[in-house]
Design a protein around this ligand. Sequence first.
Ligand code: URA
Length: 204
Amino acid sequence: EVEAPEKTEQFQTLHDVSEAVDACRRCPLYEHATQAVFGEGPPQAQVMFVGEQPGDQEDLQGRPFIGPAGQVFDDAIKNAGIDRSRLYVTNAVKHFKFVPRGKRRIHQKPNTGEIQACRFWLDLEREFVKPKIVVALGATAAQALVGKAVSISSTRGRAIDLEDGAVLIVTNHPSYLLRIPDPETKAREREKFDADLMLIKSMM
Ligand code: URA
């Protein structure tokens, strides 16, 4: 196993990293997933969005945020005037974790060990892309980026300095909005999400 300071020596480019991730055996999640889903976007993007892990559709198609959560994400960034083609979009964990239920595959939250193992890839993405702004979509991404569990309510809406000079903005995961049953709560949470995206837009 290669230690953190030497990591970039085995990869010349972000593309090299993307080609290696599918063979990852750092945790057991590769066993049942279809494929690893690497980040996508301009290799020198100013802004990096980090989700939790691929969902069912992402696992099948090999691209991040293209399923239902991706639809919410696309609508929200568009509403904030952010062009997705300028963003680097990735996940804290690169393989889909699920339990089968009939024909469906039900998403399972990655655990701390899996998040920690997959930081190898997320750190490489950050080292190569060097984004000025990193956005954590949800608690899993925030944990991966901060290195410990953080609550969204106590961190959202303000810039947190990361060691590499980038700033971190923490907000909710778009799937969280999808799961809220009460329309009023949903509308209120959607407004908070929109406000966070407007803040990000103002920083770009
Ligand atoms: N949820 C995520 O966190 N990431 C995806 O890519 C899709 C759904």
